[in-house]
Write a protein that binds this ligand. Structure first.
Ligand SMILES: [Fe+2]
Ligand SMILES: [Fe+2]
Length: 336
């Protein structure tokens, strides 16, 4: 047999149906097609099975006791990672309403009962192929996060800075009323915001003292460099404004584009506050971090000049309620 770059993998399919006869029938057909099959008898069992071992595809009945298929689908599709698992709803009728409900819940496809073996074969094949592509897309993001960590590894003084910026940005976004999808984006964008520092030479990035004007000019290229690194990756399109614009100022005095006010994308206005706060209170080789009171004073004094005043208000309220301690605590847990 020829060697392969990607090792063979037997896809796992979760079959969820309260009717035993249906489960057995599907299992027999899928087994014949070479898939590994697990069964669940209702929605609750289905979610448990997914948590225990992530399947590559879920075939999901709709009417079931305890938790119905539409609810299961909705929950899976609301999960940051599990939403990538394709879900096929098993529908007894060609009822339009049911299908619309299913689509609304995020279902990827439908399969009619009684099952047609050929249809089952084609639909599973197509969806499993999507699944593989999604997994690769995911891997691309993983590479970027690894790069972001590499930036921090070069400079021990900024260790965990990106992670904290992500956490702060996520919290500001939630306080601003953004939904889960957007706050997740803020977290990830926060982690990636300084990715472009990978392109900054050691002599500048690691200089144990204040930078000269020329060195500053080099340092300032990191936001554009970061964008350039990510530009060709479609999966990170939404982070680009955060990466490029996190050093813009409300008064137009920032870089790289001297954007002002609401022309600065919301994600970047949020990340700018998160980034500046963490930079102020953290130690650097040539200076200790500012005391909290002094950092708060500067934040208030520059609201409206450097940062979006409304977002600063939200952030100060979050700090009041212990955000900084919470973020530090979550990091201890993560690195333990
Ligand atoms: Fe930066
Ligand atoms: Fe930063």
């Amino acid at each position: 047999m020829t060697e392969k770059l990607v090792p063979p993998h037997r896809p796992l399919i979760l079959v969820v149906d309260d009717q035993r006869a249906n489960r057995e029938l599907l299992e027999a057909q899928l087994d014949e097609l070479g898939y590994e099959v697990r069964q669940a008898v209702d929605g609750i069992e289905a979610l448990e099975a997914v948590a225990e071992r992530e399947p590559d595809l879920v075939l999901l009945d709709i009417d079931m006791p305890r938790l119905d298929g539409i609810s299961v689908c909705r929950r899976l599709k609301a999960h940051p990672v599990r939403r990538l698992i394709p879900v096929v709803l098993l529908t007894a009728s060609s009822d339009r309403e049911v299908r619309l409900h299913g689509l609304e819940a995020g279902a990827d496809d439908f399969l009619n009962k009684p099952f047609d073996a050929r249809e089952l074969l084609i639909r599973t094949k197509v969806l499993l192929k999507d699944r593989t592509l999604n997994a690769r897309l995911d891997a691309t993001e993983g590479v970027l996060f690894a790069l972001a960590r590499a930036v921090e590894a070069r400079d021990r003084y900024t260790i965990h800075h990106a992670e904290r910026v992500g956490r702060y940005a996520e919290a500001i976004g939630a306080a601003h009323g953004l939904d889960d999808e957007d706050t997740t984006l803020l977290y990830e964008g926060g982690v990636l915001h300084d990715l472009g520092k990978i392109a900054i030479p050691d002599a500048v990035l690691l200089k144990p003292g204040p930078l000269t004007e020329d060195e500053f000019a080099v340092m300032r290229t990191h936001s554009v460099e970061g964008e350039r690194i990510c530009l060709s990756l479609r999966s990170v399109t939404y982070f680009l404004p955060i990466i490029r614009h996190h050093h813009e100022r409300m008064d137009g005095g920032g870089y790289p584009d001297h954007l002002a006010g609401k022309d600065i994308p919301l994600g970047a206005r949020i990340a700018a506050i998160a980034d500046a706060w963490d930079a102020m209170v953290s130690d650097r080789p040539y200076r200790a971090g500012l005391p909290r009171e002094e950092a708060l004073r500067r934040m208030r004094a520059n609201a409206g000049k450097q940062w979006d005043p409304h977002l600063v208000q939200l952030f100060l309220a979050l700090l009041d309620r212990g955000l900084m301690e919470k973020v530090a605590g979550s990091q201890l847990a993560a690195s333990a």
